[in-house]
Design a protein around this ligand. Sequence first.
Ligand SMILES: [Zn+2]
Length: 241
Amino acid sequence: MNIFKLIFNLLLPAHCSICGRELFYYEKHFCLHCYADMPLTYFWTLKRHPAEQTFWGRCYIEKVYSLFIYTNNYRKPIHELKYKGNIKIGLYLGEMLGKKICLLSFPITYLVPVPLHWRKRIARGYNQSEIIAQGILKGMQGKMCRESSGRENRHPAILPNLLVRKAFTKTQTKKERIDRWHNVKDAFAINPKVARRIKPEDRILLIDDVLTTGATLEACASILVEELGCRVSIATLAWVE
Ligand SMILES: [Zn+2]
């Protein structure tokens, strides 16, 4: 560890994003206790799981990956990423998820973050899904992943502008599923300039922060499947049980 980092840490200690305890210099974002207690979904080890069933009969999704269950204090890192400008925690959790995803059997061609409306993006300064995509890519590029996949350096590329959010939808947290669907189904479009790169054999990993009812992800995935004819999987940091 760098001596300057150590001094900086002593003067301005970081705190655990989950429990708030002061972190030791060897801990990153979470204390060891909260890291060990993280409610991982283990979707990457399961053939079938409830998050995939969310999309049954709605849209064909190959695989669904979420890192942890959105519960108790484990909601906090998502909140920090979305509303408090904590980009580093998004990258860190994205990288964790990327390492899990690279254990899957098929190669992903493109990582496509769920877009924000341009007004919201300007207000926030970044798109949290794009940050997660960058973390996932880093996780997939790791040495262990290269070895486990047995493939050469054929890593996916991030396409942040493939999808465009047309409508400025209001925060949806308290709406019912049907209302949400009407609200989001027409909110997205394909950017034809970027879409030229996509071939029908491509596999897209669609990325968002949290999987709740799946309405937003379904709207995005439907466009990708129907208009571009490619296969779509989904990755989110958290999943609402
Ligand atoms: Zn903690």
